[in-house]
Design a protein around this ligand. Structure first.
Ligand code: ZN
Length: 107
């Protein structure tokens, strides 16, 4: 199964809800799922299930924007690192991202 197939399934299952909810609320839902994945990893939980939720909500966002994520992903990453153009990556190892993200749970 390709990513495009999974995105199409998510479209067929949820697009009516996603359109009604809109981009802002779908983005909030996606971020909530990222937070739940964070909690599962840090404190224990079903990481596979939470990772699946993250992908599903990311695909919902892509569907609302009309983005084919398989095409976009291949365009950016292809089969090599987009920065050094190598496989495996030969970039300098970076243990942390350049930007820090603060996770805040708002009820
Ligand atoms: Zn690289």
């Amino acid at each position: 199964m390709h990513l495009e197939d999974i995105q199409k399934d998510i479209y067929e299952i949820y697009i009516h809800h996603d359109r009604r909810r809109g981009i802002d609320k779908t983005l909030e839902w996606f971020l909530t799922e990222v937070y739940e994945l964070y909690i599962a990893i840090k404190y224990g939980g079903d990481i596979g299930e939470e990772a699946s939720d993250v992908i599903a909500w990311l695909l919902s966002l892509c569907n609302l924007y009309g983005i084919n994520i398989e095409i976009e992903f291949k365009r950016k990453y292809g089969n090599k690192c987009p920065k050094c153009d190598s496989k495996p990556c030969t970039c300098e190892y970076r243990p942390e991202p350049n930007k820090k993200v603060v996770i805040v749970r708002i009820q």
